[in-house]
Design a protein around this ligand. Structure first.
Ligand code: FAD
Ligand code: DLZ
Ligand code: SF4
Length: 512
């Protein structure tokens, strides 16, 4: 075999065919390594998803005639690290150079910068063309701005990519954002189209056995795995969403319901983040659905904003602020993550439901992540590092570039207001308005004190009281701070007493 020109390294979240321009003188390296499988205790279904998708992608590349060097987790001599596998492949195959696309995580980029020394051949790290705003462009956009607001970034992205615009460049329908038409509570009896399920094939079944054997003590299990693990199935899942759920995506975007994991959400994040789907193609397909009269503008704009706006904005923040972002803790939160985030054993129906669905599916939708598990961690003052580690482990779509700004910035306000202008803190009333959870709860959402008082209520007021000084200067927080200040002292004392009791129970590991 002649000496290859390039060793093209493809990581587990770079499973996009357009990234692989291999010719007959190149070799692609893909490696399953313990380091990536265990840097957090990934949910078992997340591991099945990533490893099976990697194996399917390698098989497709071989089908295209590409020479692939694939290192499986159980291969004898597997070094356990990406760097070790690249160095090993260079020693075996003697390529002239290594090429790789920039990774999604700071941690991996730092490691990659050491590959050249470890391998003794040039290592070229290229830009990731799958994202729609390069970190350099985001930095330029951010420069000189007092505050970075997603809404303004999103408008620029709409203009840049010509999405949902009238001929004169104004926004379709006369507004950039139709959120006022969204956020309805779910009516009773609404029929929700089921999400397509993909039966595991032989490759996936083999990976399920591997994960069961090697990672059986991780969160969740492999049973019932039905996610798409190749581009064709991911495309079929996305088309099903566009046809059957997109038209009502906007209306109930913030709703939550017992036993309903998906509602009208797309469930494409795992496939999108692994590279099985391309963001711009989904955005264009959603716009087409509106232009052809298959979905209303409020739904399509709301969905496109998530991908062209939020997803790119969040990634921009990550690369702008790392590595310091991994340390931010503006509200000085230090409490340990309660054990029930892993066990799901709690009397709070909303938490039980969100954690239970997460354990079953390695998925929860945005409002569950933000306003239930995230909100609880914010109100209870849980250490952002512990919250980060949980979110990074439990969701099939979780990589640090997207998990961290959502957790530290959006959910915990640990960045002091970079991602959002105010904390998403809410009492039980919000959860009651947006879900049917409270009806089946051991606590009473209308009460704040006493043994049956909803924990979110007392913890909410305690949170406002603890941070009143900081939030008094924030116009978007002025109202709750004023309400707290006007509250009768005995009511304040009762609320803070109940919160103290709850936090003591939390620390003692008592059933909450
Ligand atoms: P839909 O509701 O159908 O939205 C469509 C797509 O928009 C998503 O697939 C996603 O790609 C994108 N999107 C929407 N909101 C965001 C957002 N805030 N940031 C980035 N992309 C967004 N998303 C992840 O992909 N990985 C994570 O690890 C992750 N962690 C999160 C942690 C917290 C605390 C919060 C509040 C949000 C997190 N999100 C994360 C964002 C969002 O909750 C998920 O992208 C979404 O729930 C995925 O489900 P879906 O595909 O059905 O999304
Ligand atoms: C998430 C993940 C897992 C579980 N396993 C692997 C692996 O064995 N090999 C690999 O190349 N990539 C894996 N990944 C994805 C990486 O963690 C991801 O590429 C980095 O976090 C950068 O985003
Ligand atoms: Fe959650 Fe409180 Fe409602 Fe129970 S009563 S489901 S704890 S918001």
């Amino acid at each position: 075999m002649p000496q290859p020109d390039r060793l093209i390294v493809i990581l587990g979240d770079q499973l996009t065919h357009s990234l692989v321009d291999a010719t007959s003188s190149d070799i692609v390296l893909m490696a399953e390594v313990m380091g990536e499988c265990s840097y957090v205790p990934h949910h078992q279904k997340k591991l099945v998803f990533v490893l099976s998708a990697m194996r399917h992608f390698a098989a497709e590349l071989r089908g295209r005639g590409v020479r692939v060097e694939y290192v499986a987790l159980d291969d004898p001599g597997n070094s356990g690290s990406l760097c070790g596998e690249v160095a090993g492949a260079v020693a075996r195959l003697r390529p002239a150079r290594v090429v790789v696309i920039a990774p999604g995580e700071w941690r991996v980029l730092q490691d990659m910068r050491g590959w050249q020394d470890a391998c003794g051949v040039p290592v070229e790290i290229g830009d990731d063309p799958r994202f729609l705003c390069h970190p350099r462009e985001f930095r330029a956009w951010a420069e000189g701005r007092q505050a970075l607001r997603m809404e303004f970034f999103y408008r620029e992205m709409r203009r840049r990519y010509g999405v949902l615009l009238e001929g004169d460049g104004t926004p379709a329908g006369g507004a950039w954002n139709f959120d006022a038409d969204n956020r309805k509570a779910l009516p009773k009896g609404l029929v929700i189209p089921p999400v397509p399920r993909f039966a595991p094939d032989a490759i996936t079944r083999e990976v399920m056995a591997l994960v069961r054997a090697r990672f059986g003590d991780h969160f969740g299990d492999v049973e019932g795995f039905a996610m798409p693990v190749c581009a064709a199935d991911a495309q079929a899942a996305a088309e099903d969403f566009l046809a059957r759920r997109l038209p009502r995506f906007g209306d109930w975007q913030d709703a939550m319901a017992r036993g309903q994991a998906s509602l009208f959400h797309s469930l494409i994040s795992a496939a999108l983040n692994a590279g099985l789907l391309e963001p711009l193609a989904i955005v264009r397909a959603a716009e087409r659905a509106w232009r052809e009269g298959r979905a209303p503008l409020n739904a399509v704009e709301g969905f496109i904003r998530q991908i062209l706006g939020w997803r790119e904005f969040i990634r921009g923040i990550y690369w702008l602020k790392m590595p310091g972002y991994a340390e931010v803790n503006a509200l000085a939160a230090t409490r340990r993550l309660p054990g029930f985030y892993w066990s799901g054993e709690t009397r709070m129906a909303c938490m039980r439901e969100a954690i239970g669905q997460t354990r079953e599916n390695a998925y929860a939708h945005h409002i569950q992540r933000l306003m239930v598990t995230g909100n609880f961690a914010l109100l209870a003052g849980i250490d952002p590092a512990e919250v980060d580690a949980w979110y990074l482990a439990v969701y099939a779509d979780a990589y640090e570039w997207v998990e961290m700004p959502n957790v530290r910035g959006m959910a915990l306000f640990a960045d002091g207001g970079v991602v959002g202008s105010k904390p998403y803190a809410a009492s039980g009333a919000y959860i009651n308005r947006m879900s049917d959870y409270c009806a089946g709860c051991a606590y009473d959402v209308k009460q704040a004190t006493g043994a049956r008082g909803c924990p979110f209520n007392a913890l909410y007021w305690d949170f406002i009281a603890r941070h009143a000084e900081r939030f008094a200067g924030n116009p978007r927080m002025a109202m709750p701070v004023r309400s707290w200040a006007k509250m009768a002292p005995d009511r304040q004392a009762a609320l803070r007493g109940r919160a103290a009791e709850l936090l003591t129970m939390l620390e003692a590991g008592s059933l909450l």
